[in-house]
Design a protein around this ligand. Structure first.
Ligand code: 0RA
Length: 664
């Protein structure tokens, strides 16, 4: 290096010397995963984030507005910014240029003065030197003080001194690197979607910065208005004027739920701990909160998230109490999660010395952040509520509804639980139980309507067959909230009669089948359109709330006959029109004279004996076992079925109920 090539003015000496040298680079190539997490696809992309973060820091310091990222043809990456340019002057202690120090010494760079700290920084915050160490080639180009400085490296080692290669009228830093295949043994191929996702997120988190991504590996052909074809690269621009507000709107973008308030509530503080939050309430039931510390997604949450939640409930509660909005509910009946039903929010904080904890080191531990965020949230929300009484009322009403629904669901669940635990004593009044106690030998018929229920009670084998009549159409669980489901008397009767207990929200409503009282649960409905609708409603309930019952093969459909063909004392039951024609011909011996064909309109029309003979007698009946081969597909189907269209329901039952003459 000689004096003509590098700038040694007093001013740049100062900036060069103020870089703190903390650690050497040697270890990085030996244990790459310790520095970048892993050496797979994640680690590979992490290199890009590390470089981009340096430019973001320059932007946050107020010196950079544009960051361009290129995926080059050879899968190398170029990151170009229009910041001040990495200083190139001599570093006194290190006896080499500041640029070289930044690129070859771990943890160098960033800390220039006490009031500007490195706020972005990758997950491990190891800096661009780490990227250099893991690249078989890296080129740094700095435009600064009217000159273009260049230095190249391989595996972290400079290939030459910093050279001045030309004159510059602008400022900025351009880093090009190619990941070393010796390190990234799984793949060195970059994924456009992965990079675009992160750059979009960075644009939302750092409003006003323009980020671009261009993939030079493939050309796309565009056609203009005149039919002229032009070739260009796949490229996107990420820019957010309003930051987190737009992030929240983006997160809710593909959602079908409606907004509860017209615009997200936003807050931004410029205190010791910079905080930015945007939140939106929707009419749905889900809670979607994303949290970030120094632009890192804190998947495991931490003190900033806890502070936000605390500030939110505290302020909403105080506002509601002060304005008498909790008239129907006591505020101690509210749980913290009630304040967050239908909430979409993004929290972004900048912490000088973040302590990351947890399994994936993405949980913020700094205690001082808790009170800072909860206070900031409370202050901003208080003002919003005072200024927007109409929206405030919408939110509080939503909170009350969430609490009411949650309590109703809990009560209903407990009720079901309690009744179920006291076996026998708490059985529904409508249940006609069997005397046998061995579940394997027992069956229960869920029968549509009280009249058919009565017939079935008379006709059954009371030793092994129980009858539970259900009132007409049971609740469509597909369209109801949990508490409505647990409040439904018919559904509670099913739980109680079967002896199964309801799981809690925590275990995903998993069912306890150990106390199941019948190993055949037989749905018996009329053989008409209404009947198959009711059967589908019951099946939908089983699918959503008692899936294990279906997957264990305990659920069946009974198949009552459609016709009775009669001549004198001879009687033939028919299930199809073909059977009816055949029976008519056989009994009438060629003529239809004296042959009586009875069309059963419903189960209630049959006598107890007829019902027993045709549908319930294990030695003669045909049961159809419900099996579900593909749960994901069934999921979609049930949503479709429970619309207002009747025909597909029948088709579904036809497809999923398999004739099984299991008794024969
Ligand atoms: C330290 C000091 C100064 C700039 C930078 C670092 C810097 C680093 C990167 C990395 C990518 N792009 C960057 N842009 C700037 C400036 C010090 C001064 O000019 O006084």
């Amino acid at each position: 290096m000689n004096g003509n090539e590098v700038n040694n003015s007093a001013e740049s000496q100062y900036s060069a010397n103020s870089i703190q040298v903390l650690e050497g680079l040697e270890a990085v190539r030996k244990r790459p995963s310790m520095y970048i997490g892993d050496i797979g696809e994640r680690g590979l992309h992490h290199l890009v984030y590390e470089v981009v973060d340096n430019s973001i820091d320059e932007a946050l310091a107020g010196y950079c507005t544009h960051i361009e990222v290129y995926i080059n043809e050879d899968n190398s990456i170029t990151v170009k910014d229009n910041g001040r340019g990495i200083p190139t002057g001599m570093h006194e202690k290190e006896h080499r240029s500041a640029l070289e120090v930044v690129l070859t010494v771990l943890h160098a760079g960033g800390k220039f003065s006490k009031d500007s700290y490195k706020v972005s920084g990758g997950l491990h915050g190891v800096g661009v030197s780490c990227v250099n160490a893991l690249s078989d080639y890296l080129r740094a180009e700095v435009h600064r003080e009217g000159k273009i400085f260049v230095q190249e490296y391989s595996k972290g080692k400079p290939l030459s001194d910093v050279k001045v290669v030309g004159e510059a009228s602008d400022t900025g830093t351009t880093i090009t690197f190619h990941p070393d295949a010796e390190i990234f043994t799984v793949t060195t191929v970059y994924d456009y979607g992965t990079l675009s996702g992160r750059l979009r997120e960075l644009a939302f988190l750092n409003k006003g910065i323009t980020l671009t991504l261009t993939d030079k590996r493939e050309k796309v052909t565009d056609t203009d208005g005149q039919g002229h074809e032009t070739e260009s690269y796949r490229s996107e621009v990420y820019y957010s004027k309003y930051g987190l507000k737009e992030f929240v709107q983006y997160l809710d973008g593909d959602s079908t739920v409606e907004k509860l308030i017209p615009e997200p509530i936003c807050l931004e503080t410029d205190k010791v701990i910079p905080i930015e939050i945007a939140l939106q309430y929707n009419t749905g039931y889900r809670e979607k909160i994303k949290s970030y510390v120094n632009n890192i997604n804190t998947i495991e949450g931490g003190t900033h998230l806890q502070g936000f939640k605390a500030g939110l409930s505290r302020t909403l509660k105080a506002y509601a109490e002060k304005n008498g909005l909790f008239n129907k509910i006591k505020s101690d009946q509210l749980a913290p999660e009630d304040y967050r039903e239908g909430l979409t929010a993004v929290i972004s904080v900048k912490v000088a010395e973040p302590q990351f904890e947890g399994q994936t080191k993405t949980k913020l531990g700094n205690q001082e952040v808790y009170s800072a965020v909860s206070q900031a949230t409370a202050n901003a929300l208080e003002i919003y509520l005072e200024e927007h009484p109409k929206e405030a009322k919408y939110i509080i009403d939503k909170v009350i509804l969430a609490a009411t629904a949650r309590q109703a669901a809990r009560k209903a669940r407990e009720m079901v639980q309690r009744k179920t635990v006291m076996s026998g004593a708490g059985m529904p009044g409508k249940l006609a139980d069997c005397s046998e106690k061995d579940p394997e030998k027992c069956e229960i018929f869920l029968v549509e309507g009280d009249s058919a229920g009565g017939t079935a009670k008379q006709g059954r084998d009371r030793n092994i067959q129980a009858i539970l009549p259900l009132r007409g159409k049971i609740l469509n669980v597909e369209k109801a909230m949990d508490h409505r489901v647990f409040e439904s008397e018919e559904i509670r009767n099913i739980y109680t009669a079967l002896g199964v207990t309801v799981g809690t929200e925590d275990d995903g409503k998993a069912l306890n089948l150990s106390k199941l009282r019948y190993h055949k649960v037989i749905i018996m409905t009329d053989a008409d359109v209404d009947g198959s609708h009711i059967a589908t409603l019951i099946l939908t309930f089983f699918f959503r709330y008692m899936f294990d019952l279906i997957s264990n093969g305990y659920v069946y459909l009974a198949t009552p006959p459609l016709y009775l063909v009669k001549k004198g004392k001879e009687e033939v039951y028919c299930w199809t029109d073909d059977q009816r024609r055949e029976a008519t011909a056989r009994l009438g011996k060629g003529s239809e004279k004296g042959v009586n064909v009875q069309r059963y309109k419903g189960l209630g029309e049959m006598s107890a004996d007829q019902l027993w003979e045709t549908t319930m007698d294990p030695s003669r009946r045909v049961l159809r076992q419900i099996t579900i081969d593909n749960a994901a597909e069934a999921e979609r189907t049930f949503s479709m079925l429970m619309g207002d269209d009747v025909p597909p329901r029948r088709a579904f039952i036809e497809e999923n109920a398999h004739y099984a003459n299991i008794d024969a």
